[in-house]
Design a protein around this ligand. Structure first.
Ligand code: ATP
Length: 436
């Protein structure tokens, strides 16, 4: 095991100077208040593994809110406290955020009531965590700065690359940990410790994951799909029998493997276009994962996951249309004649970017990629040169024909049939005369 001095050396070498200074300041504040202060969880795990992690989680032995408010006062930070949980978020002058928790024991006076918080020791607090590799604490108080607290053999498991639960009932207590286990295992290149894997398989066999609420399940799934390389974790979920808890008919096979690889390609391709519209990679992978499900089953999946309205709209509302429109484009390409800009525009507009990339991933066709980039880079931004007032002035009556004429004008402009405001107005007059 590394000594305190070696850890301090590692902290200084590994973390930005400002972070080290911050950690020391946190320790000093704790000292003044007579509280022990620790860096905990993923931050310590990644520090020891030499992996960048800017999310510093702090646990205070004592009143975490008092600690956070004192620190904020002295360092010009904003603070948001959650009295009921004894936790606080510090917003640093740099914009960074720090989560502050108190070592605590939650007990429920009656079900459905917020937990009353009691102080307890660090050890008990760490005992409620998911895996040993997440139970390490790094002391920050000046006289013990850099001392590692390792009650549950976390360092040994980090060395041996093992994901291990703290006790046999861990997955029963919280079945979302099944997904978390896979995520850490695959991200870090670790293995499930054999007994832990046995416990996980038992939890799966007993159907415990069924009980997990949609929101939490979606949370864990998106965390997995947000990983830099989600495919290995999805493969592993499949092997452990976790996919049916998302939808009974969700399968994993060569087609999904292929679609994930193509999704990754489509995402990389999109990144190189440097467009301002951000894309949620997890959503593209989610579409890839559920590709085989027909509309009703896809809907059931979204319901199971309590997909929030915004995403339901984005991912469900447009899925069927996107698939159909890509088919139309592919057919158009097969015809050999070039497809009119206005047709491309009509087929692709209003399709969210995640679905455009999904469509590309499904077809993997170079020419289709060209069409989509032409749409994204150029066509999507084309606007009319004439204004609504112009159209009004030449006698286009308000009402549905107004919209129809504007649409026809835009199509003509996309196809290069009109090139100036005058062209447009001329064209509009003709349309009027033809009674459009
Ligand atoms: P990441 O690097 O992905 O942020 P993390 O380790 O910070 O990983 P989080 O999901 O942010 O993971 O959780 C923070 C800490 O809270 C974890 O280190 C873990 O110990 C604990 N934790 C989170 N979820 C659970 C859970 N379901 N059961 C027990 N402990 C959990």
């Amino acid at each position: 095991e590394p000594s305190e001095r070696e850890i301090v050396h590692h902290v200084n070498r590994r973390l930005p100077e400002a972070t080290v200074a911050l950690l020391r300041e946190l320790g000093r504040t704790g000292e003044r208040l007579g509280m022990a202060v620790y860096g905990v969880g993923g931050f310590v795990r990644d520090l020891l593994l030499d992996i960048d992690n800017q999310d510093v989680d702090i646990t205070v032995e004592g009143d975490g809110i008092l600690f956070a408010e004192t620190f904020a006062r002295q360092h010009g930070c904003r603070v948001r406290s959650h009295q009921a949980f004894g936790t606080a978020v510090l917003v640093l002058p740099t914009g960074g955020k720090l989560d502050i928790a108190s070592t605590r024991l939650e007990f429920y006076e009656s079900p459905g009531v917020l937990p009353t918080v009691e102080r307890s020791s660090l050890r008990r607090d760490l005992h409620r965590r998911d895996f040993t590799i997440n139970t390490l604490a790094l002391c920050l108080n000046p006289d013990r700065f850099g001392r590692l607290i390792d009650h549950y053999g976390g360092q040994k498991d980090l060395r041996e690359k093992m994901v291990r639960v703290l006790h046999n009932l861990s997955f029963v207590e919280d079945p979302t940990r099944c997904f978390r286990a896979v995520r850490f295992e695959q991200r870090l290149g670790f293995h499930l410790e054999p007994h832990t894997e046995g416990l996980l398989r038992t939890a799966v066999r007993m159907g415990l994951v069924e009980r997990v609420g949609g929101k939490r399940l979606l949370g864990e799934l998106t965390s997995i799909l947000r990983e830099r390389e989600p495919l290995p974790a999805v493969r592993r979920m499949a092997a452990l029998g976790l996919l049916p808890f998302i939808h009974a008919e969700l399968r994993f096979g060569d087609d999904v493997e292929h679609l994930f690889a193509e999704s990754e390609r489509a995402l990389a391709w999109y990144e190189l276009l440097y467009l301002p519209t951000p894309v949620e990679a997890w959503a593209v992978y989610f579409l890839a994962l559920t590709d085989r499900l027909d509309s009703p089953k896809y809907r059931e999946t979204c319901t199971r996951l309590a997909m929030p309205g915004r995403w339901l709209q984005r991912l469900f509302g447009h899925r069927h249309r996107a698939i159909k429109h890509f088919q139309a484009l592919r057919q158009g390409l097969r015809g050999g004649v070039s497809i009119a800009n206005s047709r491309v525009y009509a087929l692709l507009r209003n399709i969210p970017i995640e679905l455009l990339l999904y469509g590309l991933a499904r077809s993997g066709q170079e020419e289709l990629r060209r069409l989509v980039s032409h749409y994204l880079v150029r066509l999507a931004h084309v606007t009319l040169l004439s204004t609504g007032a112009d159209l009004h002035d030449i006698g286009v009556p308000p009402g549905p024909s107004f919209g129809r004429i504007k649409e026809r004008l835009l199509a003509a402009r996309l196809d290069g049939e009109v090139r100036s405001r005058d062209d447009e107005l001329e064209f509009a007059r003709r349309l009027l005369k033809d009674g459009v």
